[in-house]
Design a protein around this ligand. Structure first.
Ligand SMILES: Cc1ncc(COP(=O)(O)O)c(C=O)c1O
Length: 385
């Protein structure tokens, strides 16, 4: 029989997660150390100083690389630290980056309020529109940065087509894959050059640690990203690496349940008379449903719905009991938030208007509780409108 490559769940549980050779410990130890003893000058076991490398971190990077079908992975102290690392490694003064126009609000905040000061140019484009995307490319475009589906409007970008456009001009495509996780979407297999995640979300999955990762395809990516870990130092601590190693072991089962609950909650919201609109790519009449089926293997659990006004959103959010009102997403518990005043406040009123993000929109990251309890909770909260 032909040898089959191990499946996703097997890789999640075993790659980088081999028992510790010195003790047999089934879980990877947390190597809480800042330095490593050397036998003599220049003679050591591959580890010299913990900002440069740490065995718990090495294991996590091996694991995440295999889950994203990447050549290497590099973890950082938060998702935003991972975004920063990409810009430090691959952009210099005079370069241009194209960014999707409705990505996580912290990304344009970093670009406009920090990096623009260093002479880097940014354009914000509706990357779901391939003509607009092509027109926005310039001679100095080095990176195209997309998030698909977008946060919180659930608009998809065709990864394969955008990769082709970027590559014809020798730019690289980076995909923020936080919403889907590598279980439902694998951008590198569709032609992207790098994938970014806030590991704070589905990869960790338990809302108990921050982190970010860049999974990359080429040797020069690995070299530069490892260098920036050492040079800039925004590395992930061994304990938080361990939390993600623990979290990814159940990624497949969690994502399956997130997806099931997501479908149930989306259907419920759509039928509710107080809900004006539900943005969810799993609906067969979502304008990009076909693309969703082609490039994702599930629809995830991120849903945005319209309550009609800021006041309505406030009234319902005050009443939720099983769902927790809070920023973030991707944890086992259902988190519900108000993008206009929380994650996307930094865009300003005009910026939100431009992308169609209204004050009445509520975003829900459906957790893995019992779907009936979530639906009952949303039902009683919507009664307050
Ligand atoms: C899609 C997406 N990308 C990036 C980030 C930033 O990650 P972090 O909060 O871990 O810095 C977030 C945070 O909410 C996010 O939702």
């Amino acid at each position: 029989m032909k040898k089959k490559n191990p499946g996703f769940a097997t890789r999640a549980i075993h790659v980088g997660q081999e028992p510790d050779p010195s003790t047999g410990s089934v879980t990877v130890p947390i190597f809480a150390t800042s330095t490593y003893v050397q036998e003599e000058l220049g003679k050591h076991k591959g580890y010299e100083y913990a900002r440069v490398s740490n065995p718990t971190r090495t294991r996590l990077e091996q694991n995440l690389a295999t889950l994203e079908s990447a050549a290497s992975a590099h973890v950082f102290s938060s998702g935003m630290a991972a975004v920063t690392a990409v810009t430090q490694c691959f952009l210099k003064q005079g370069d241009h980056l194209i960014c999707g126009h409705n990505v996580y609000g912290g990304v344009p905040r970093l670009f406009n309020q920090v990096l623009a000061q260093y002479g880097i140019e940014f354009s914000y484009v509706d990357t779901s529109d391939l003509d607009a995307m092509e027109k926005a490319m310039r001679w100095n475009t080095r990176i195209v940065w997309i998030e698909t589906p977008t946060n919180p409007l659930m608009v998809l970008t065709d990864i394969k087509e955008v990769a082709k456009i970027a590559h014809t001009r020798k730019a690289e495509l980076v995909v923020d894959n936080t919403f889907m996780s590598p279980y439902f979407q694998r951008p590198l297999e569709l032609g992207a050059d790098m994938v970014m995640h806030s590991t704070t979300k589905f990869l960790n999955g338990h809302s108990d640690g921050m982190g970010g990762v860049i999974a990359a395809t080429k040797p020069h990516h690995a070299e530069k990203l490892a260098f920036i870990q050492k040079a800039a130092g925004a590395i992930l601590s061994p304990f938080e690496c361990w939390l993600v190693l623990r979290g990814v072991k159940s990624l497949e089962v969690r994502m399956i349940k997130h997806d099931q609950n997501g479908r149930a909650v989306a259907d419920f919201l759509r039928k509710h008379k107080k809900v004006k609109e539900v943005l969810y790519p799993g609906f067969s009449d979502h304008p990009q449903h076909e693309l969703a089926r082609r490039q994702m293997s599930g629809f995830g659990s991120m849903i945005t719905f319209e309550t009609g006004s800021l006041n309505n959103a406030k009234k319902m959010l005050r009443k939720v009991r099983v769902c927790s009102l809070g920023e973030s997403l991707g944890g086992v518990e259902t988190l519900i938030s108000h993008p206009a005043t929380m994650t996307h406040a930094a865009l300003g009123e005009e910026g939100r208007k431009q992308i169609g993000l209204t004050d009445g929109m509520v975003r829900i990251s459906v957790g893995i509780e019992d779907a009936d309890d979530l639906i009952a909770d949303l039902d009683q909260a919507l009664a307050a409108i």
